[in-house]
Ligand binder design. Structure first.
Ligand code: NAD
Length: 486
């Protein structure tokens, strides 16, 4: 019998989606809302068998989808984008209920970006090509051939946006997909299947196996029938995913964690920098890109701190469905305990929490107070490991060299933020920062044509624009001798 949950009046299937059909499971896991810890669904718990079935369905569908003309593939992707646009409200409320993100962000930026993922890669597909290279009369002609079955594994902090950021280019490239959504926020992936079918995506081209990471996820990444593994998640899991895929020599694209520095120089627009720094508590800090290490030039440190505390104390924490809420809950008890563990160990190591430093007792549940640490010992855990909660650190630097040394002093390299009023300094500093993306006097401005990914332990590979097709396609060069000689 079909397993359907109703969330805010919206019916959502909690089954797998394999070969164009809902597949129930006798084995299930509980999905609760972080807002009030109420049960949302009992979700199908897949394993080896469902992964086998989904990969087989994807392989079979690849026979036709891989040879479908790009114009036709692009048209279906645009239709998916349009249907998402027409359902932003439904997708937003289900995702907010499932993962606790702010409803207003879901409605205004995240779900529109989900639709854009499809529109963008549909358009980009039709622009692929480039000039043929002439080598002493020989013609080098590049083609972007579909690669096969792509496995996509995603985390819970922005589940549908991160899933479609991988699914859309894979489908555009002519691959078929098996998606394993995050067990802590699995529901919008299920809605995507309904949308894809309605848009005319053939059965088996997109499959969803719900389940636990160590079960369904691990079975998927080691499956020999998978041709690409696109993983977004933590560094620790990324290592095991890469090892499993490596056994089959399956190419992997890893988008992993971060501990990004936020450098603020004395010549910066202080109010803009403070506002952006406080903004790093967005999504209760459950953002891979967040600039969690605030590095401030000594001369403005006191003024910055005063203004920061003023603004941070004014943040309103509460139900993320309310328009006036700035900060919602953490995703689960397990994650709440993890964040609190970092905070308590930081205190034990000598760091001082100027605000926060514990749960929000008034709200109860998994609401954690926005926290700012100072005096953290150099090299300590709170300065070097990703917390993935509303926890920032503040340190002073004397000059540019010291700022860069401090900024680069972790194993991560996802992003960096620089606030300065000096254009030459911005260029000098950006060039020396180890990061996949550097934002100067801004944050989170994304152009999908630009490369995205992490350096060091924050990832392997880049996606976005042509970089995505480099990964999801089998790029081939056909070198042809001049015809007049043969
Ligand atoms: P996670 O690594 O625990 O889980 C991510 C996904 O992997 C989930 O779907 C999970 O079920 C699955 N998984 C777990 N174990 C697996 C295994 N052995 N084999 C295959 N799949 C497995 O990460 P999380 O806690 O869900 O997400 C938070 C992390 O994701 C943070 O580190 C964050 O920085 C990172 N993240 C990175 C980006 C980026 O673009 N770089 C974006 C968002 C989140």
């Amino acid at each position: 019998m079909a397993n359907v949950s109703t969330i805010e009046g919206i019916r959502v299937s909690a089954d797998h989606w394999i070969g164009g059909a809902r597949v129930p499971s006798a084995d299930m896991f509980l999905d609760v809302s972080p807002i009030d810890r109420e049960m949302l669904a009992m979700v199908a718990r897949g394993g080896e068998r469902e992964v086998d079935e989904a990969v087989a369905a994807a392989r079979s569908a690849f026979e036709t989808w891989g040879s479908t003309p790009p114009e036709r593939r692009a048209a279906v992707l645009h239709r998916i984008g349009e249907l998402i646009e027409s359902r932003v409200g439904e997708l937003a409320i289900v995702e907010t209920t499932d993962n606790g993100s702010l409803l207003r962000s879901m409605q205004r930026s995240v779900m529109p970006r989900v639709a854009l993922n499809f529109h963008f890669f549909a358009d980009r597909l039709l622009e692929l090509g480039g000039e043929d290279l002439d080598t002493r009369g020989h013609r080098n002609h590049v083609t972007w051939d579909p690669a096969g079955v792509a496995a996509v594994i995603t985390p819970w902090n922005a589940p549908l946006m991160l899933a479609t950021w991988r699914v859309a280019p894979a489908l555009a490239a002519g691959d078929t997909v098996v998606l394993k959504p995050p067990e802590w926020a699995p529901l919008t992936a299920s809605m995507l299947c309904d949308i894809a079918r309605e848009a005319g995506l053939p059965d088996g081209v997109l499959n969803v196996v719900q389940g636990i990471g160590e079960e369904a996820g691990a079975a998927l990444v080691r499956h020999p029938g998978v041709d690409r593994v696109a993983f977004t998640g933590s560094v620790e899991t990324g290592r095991s995913v890469a090892a499993a895929a490596g056994a089959n020599l399956t190419p992997v694209s890893l988008e992993l964690g971060g501990k990004s520095p936020f450098l603020i120089f004395a010549d910066a627009d202080l109010e803009a920098a403070v506002a952006q720094a406080v903004n790093q508590y967005d999504n209760a800090g459950q953002v891979c890109l967040a600039g969690t290490r605030l590095l401030v030039e000594r001369g403005i440190y006191d003024r910055f701190l005063e203004r920061f505390l003023e603004r941070a104390r004014a943040l309103r924490q509460g139900d993320p469905r309310r328009e006036d809420t700035d900060l919602g809950p953490l995703i689960t008890q397990e994650h709440f305990d993890r964040v609190d563990g970092f905070v308590q160990r930081a205190k034990a190591e000598g760091a001082r929490a100027l605000i926060g430093g514990g749960p929000n007792e008034e709200l109860g549940g998994w609401y954690y107070r926005p926290t700012l640490f100072v005096d953290a010992p150099p090299g300590s855990e709170i300065l070097t490991r990703e917390v993935f909660g509303p926890v920032l650190t503040l340190q002073a630097f004397e000059d540019e060299d010291e700022a860069i040394r401090m900024a680069n002093a972790t194993d991560y390299g996802l992003a960096a933020i620089v606030y300065t009023g000096d254009r030459e300094r911005a260029e000098r500093v950006s060039a020396r920062l180890v990061a996949g993306t550097v934002w100067v006097n801004c944050f989170y401005v994304r152009d999908l044509r630009a490369p995205f990914g992490g350096s060091r332990n924050s990832g392997v590979g880049r996606e976005g624009g042509t970089w995505s097709f480099d990964f999801y396609a089998d790029v081939k060069n056909v070198c042809t001798a001049p015809w007049e000689r043969s």
